[in-house]
Write a protein that binds this ligand. Sequence first.
Ligand code: GLN
Length: 552
Amino acid sequence: MTRFIFITGGVVSSLGKGLTAAALGALLQAQGFTVRLRKLDPYLNVDPGTMSPIEHGEVFVTDDGAETDLDIGHYERFTGVSAHNSDCISSGRIYSQVLECERRGGYLGQTIQVIPHVTDEIKKFIRHGEGETDFMLCEIGGTVGDIEGLPFYEAIRQFDQDHPSGQCLFIHVTLVPFIEACNEIKTKPTQHSVKELRSIGIAPDILVCRSENAIADKERTKIALFCNVRPDAVISAPDLPTIYDAPVLYHQQGLDQAVLAGFGLEPRGDVKLEPWMDVANRISRVNGEVKVAIVGKYTGLEDAYKSINEALIHGGIANKLRVQQDWIDAEVFEQEDPTPYLQGCHAILIPGGFGERGSEGKIKAARFARERQIPFFGICLGMQMAVIEMARNLVGIENAGSEEFDHENWQGNGGKRRFEPIVYHLGQWIKGSKTEHRSLDDDKGATMRLGAYEACLLEGSRVAEIYNSCQIFERHRHRYEIDIGYKDQLEKHGVRFSGLSPDGKLPEILEIPDHPWFIGVQFHPELKSRPFDPHPLFADFIRTAFVQSHLL
Ligand code: GLN
């Protein structure tokens, strides 16, 4: 029997509900159970693929090509369970499914309403896959009280009623602020938030109280009394030095025990928390430090490159090193010489991105890394920028560029190109046994080359050695591709195309053998990195950066 755990949030957003869900998933696994995690987002976008990363954080891509919320990344990193398209839903997707069904005549004769049609569709989504795992954890995005969230709260309320008692559990994550002026923590916002939740028919079983410091027993008892939960179901969740401390800390605070008690299940005697203790140890007891400059576009919001941020930490975990991340806005280099910013760094990374803004700055950073022999990692757009740099400065194609930045040409305005398209718009490619076709007039949502694709690595290449394999599967999210037609010219200048799509048409990886570490990848390796299984490219990048820093 699958048991369902619903995680809601109150008081303010950004409390780390996703992390709480992910850490609880890891804890239930440590108790010997199987889990699946899901995110239900109340916004009206069909998926987050078209949202700005500065507003919504990174778009996390699954193996099966869904563009999802960054919380899905937390779920995967904490549980190691790969998510699917069916693990992430939004109001937009629910409504479009309902409306499509209505147009097809699926509800003939009926008036379509939020209750029951929208709520039924939400419940169908939650139920999908029932019986496959011991627990299904469903996080509701946003905060209780949001207008958009109402159908979701109503659906989970009904879901509980539809099931035998003891099959569903509600966890509410709230804020318990510390008010400096009176030197006290305040429980009132939590009380109000629970009241709000009760008014829509949901009585939380467990409260996870986020606070700066641990909450004393006195306040926990008070919260329990006023919010009508058991005192041992009030979990103190203080700020942590690293998110990877969460599973061990939540266990110490009794979260997994409270959840199991809520379902009438016995906790196991031997909870397997060693991997998490090992990760926490490797983060706190490091043997050294490397400084990595990340030259990107969305540097204003840390969440915009969440998986890169985490994968670099994982690279540090693999080598017992602290990775100091120096995020630099690429646009700065369009006005200024990058030298003072980059010369003190042990490695340079250019992450993925969209649009022309900052691109010339990224090209300068790639050149700096290549010429100064600084370990360089170019990811997706980062790789495209590196190849444009090499086409310009090694091959001598002065106006090398990307079709992505040449809008007027596509729109037929005189047909004049500003750039020679070393990177071109990908109109067709092979996915499994099918050929995918795209044109620039297509819809923007979910039309990129998305999800896991195979790449064949060149035997004896650096990357084949790092992966210890010549066949890899990595996740993609891009519309443009490096033109394989430039392979010979670039290879004459010391670049090696060391990873290609199985049909040999799409460059997946470039490297410079005569450089301490210069690798560009068209995919997003950061999406598959886990704290207990760091991605080999990130592990090797950080290792080399450290070794090189000692040769300086
Ligand atoms: N904008 C580039 C493309 O669409 C790169 C995308 C990315 O970095 N994810 O190909």
